[in-house]
Every structure is written in structure tokens, then in C-alpha cells.
Design a protein around this ligand. Structure first.
Ligand SMILES: [Zn+2]
Length: 279
């Protein structure tokens, strides 16, 4: 099974490289800061059957009840041509991000560790995972974490029509708004494969595109120690660290966090969540 997943990933990576080389459809594939094609992140674990999508208008036109007055629509950000890779700001500030969840086994353990050290992180969730683990999004809200949009089903956006991309993003924002209590303000393309439509639609939905600058490659299950080393060697002011809390066995990612988090704090790092003023 693992082998099959790897084969799938290699196939996808080849596809991404081919797209990048051909410049097809204005595809913009950005890696972790050096222009290299980034290794694809894992596909989310197969979940229960998807529910029918709500009408597209539902997300825009029906403010949730139960949270008091309808919230103002988030300020619409500019349409970018590349994603944000790091945050600016003074001091040893670092962001931890976890993609592809939430997962009922691994995400609570990550949340427990973050709570133990009173640290906030960002979770780029897939709608199909979030839909069946809404309690975890509620917990993220209660504990002060940020939730971003990682599409509904983790597709390669550069292969989708604009209409499909919109649906992937809109449905996910809708679930996040319902379970987390606020629409996501950050978006991350699966596999780091961005294109013009993703940037435009993300901005329309009030989201900024956030990539990463340190990739733990934890989805390859390289060993807990290797994940710890990659985080600690990559740590620098403004860095955005990519890990995963779903899409396969993430016990190494869970254990690694327990080791590198106290060490980063001892080194004087301030772990934070993305804020637009820090871009
Ligand atoms: Zn992903």
C-alpha cells in the first residue's frame, strides 16, 4: 500500500514537473524557496463518501446564525502571482503548519502537544476530512489555532477547470466557517502546485496563498529523528514549517513535534500563526 502511494506520488510529481516545464496553462509550481519543484504532499486518507455540495450561493449569502451578528466579509486580499513563503517581522518568529487533516488519531495528539507548551499553529485542512471531524475544528478555534483551506479533496489544481477549483475551495471554506466559526483567511494548494485561477479564486474568497520554507518531508516517514533535524536545521526567523497530520501514518510527525517544539522554545523561538501585517 505504501508502495502504491509512492508510485502515485512519483507519477504526480512527474506530472507537476511536466506542467512546470511546459508552462501549460500558466501553471506556477513553487518549491520551498529555491524554485525547485516541491515533492508532492500525500493524498488524504480515503474518507467516507462525500456529501452533495451545497449550492455555491449558500456560502456567500447565508451568514451563520448562533454567532451573534453576521461577521464582516474578510478584506479581499490582492491577487498574487506567487505564494507567500515566509513571514516578515522582528525576532525569532516561526510558524508551524500541518496539512491534510484533521485526522481523528493524529491531530488530537498534535493539539495536546501544542497545548502543553501554549503554542499556536496553523492547520491547512481538507474539506472532506474537516467535514467528518468538525469537533477538531471547533477545538482548534477554542485553543486559538488558525485553520486554512487546503481544498476539499486534495487534487492537483493545475489539472482542474476553474469551476472545479472554485468548488474545491468554496466547499472547504464553508465547512471551516461552520465548524471553526470563521472563514479561512489562508489557502495552500495541494502539492504546492499553484496556478492563476487558484490565486484569483483564493483572493475572491478572502484568502492569501501561503506556501512554506522548510519541508520536513514527513510523509516519506524518514524517522522521527530526521524530522526533528530538518526542523531544527531549517529554523530561522519567519520560516514556515510544513508537516502533515493526515494522509498516512503520522506517528513520526507526532513524536517529532514533542521533541523539536520544546527545543525551539529553549532556543528562543516564538511560535506564531500567520498574520497579514507580517507578510
Ligand atoms: Zn497536502
Amino acid at each position: 500500500m505504501k508502495k502504491d502511494q509512492l508510485v502515485t506520488r512519483r507519477t504526480l510529481l512527474t506530472g507537476i514537473a511536466a506542467l512546470g516545464a511546459a508552462g501549460a496553462g500558466g501553471a506556477l509550481v513553487l518549491g520551498p524557496g529555491d524554485g525547485a519543484v516541491s515533492p508532492p504532499a500525500p493524498l488524504p486518507a480515503p474518507g467516507p463518501p462525500q456529501r452533495s455540495p451545497l449550492k455555491p450561493s449558500a456560502y456567500r449569502l447565508q451568514p451563520l446564525t448562533g454567532y451573534g451578528a453576521p461577521r464582516a466579509t474578510p478584506r479581499r486580499p490582492p491577487v498574487r502571482s506567487e505564494p507567500i513563503l515566509r513571514m516578515t517581522g522582528r525576532g525569532r518568529t516561526l510558524l508551524l503548519t500541518f496539512d491534510d487533516g484533521p485526522h481523528p488519531e493524529y491531530t488530537p495528539e498534535i493539539l495536546d502537544t501544542l497545548a502543553k507548551y501554549k503554542v499556536h499553529a496553523t492547520f491547512f485542512v481538507c474539506g472532506e476530512m474537516a467535514d467528518y471531524n468538525r469537533d477538531l475544528l471547533t477545538r482548534m478555534a477554542d485553543e486559538g489555532h488558525t485553520v486554512g483551506n487546503h481544498t476539499w479533496s486534495h487534487p492537483l489544481l493545475t489539472k482542474l477547470s476553474r469551476r472545479r477549483i472554485r468548488s474545491e475551495m468554496e466547499r472547504t471554506s464553508e465547512v471551516v466557517e461552520q465548524a471553526y466559526g470563521e472563514a479561512p483567511r489562508w489557502f495552500r494548494a495541494p502539492y504546492g502546485a499553484w496556478n492563476r485561477a487558484a490565486f484569483q479564486l483564493g483572493a475572491e474568497l478572502g484568502m492569501e496563498p501561503l506556501a512554506w520554507s522548510v519541508d520536513t518531508l514527513d510523509w516519506t516517514t524518514p524517522g522521527t529523528g530526521t524530522i526533528v533535524d530538518r526542523v531544527e536545521e531549517g529554523a530561522a526567523p519567519g520560516v514556515v514549517v510544513l508537516s502533515h497530520d493526515a494522509g498516512g501514518n503520522r506517528s513520526q510527525s507526532v513524536r517529532a513535534l514533542r521533541r523539536y517544539l520544546p527545543e525551539l522554545l529553549d532556543s528562543g523561538y516564538h511560535l506564531t500563526v500567520p498574520r497579514r501585517r507580517l507578510i
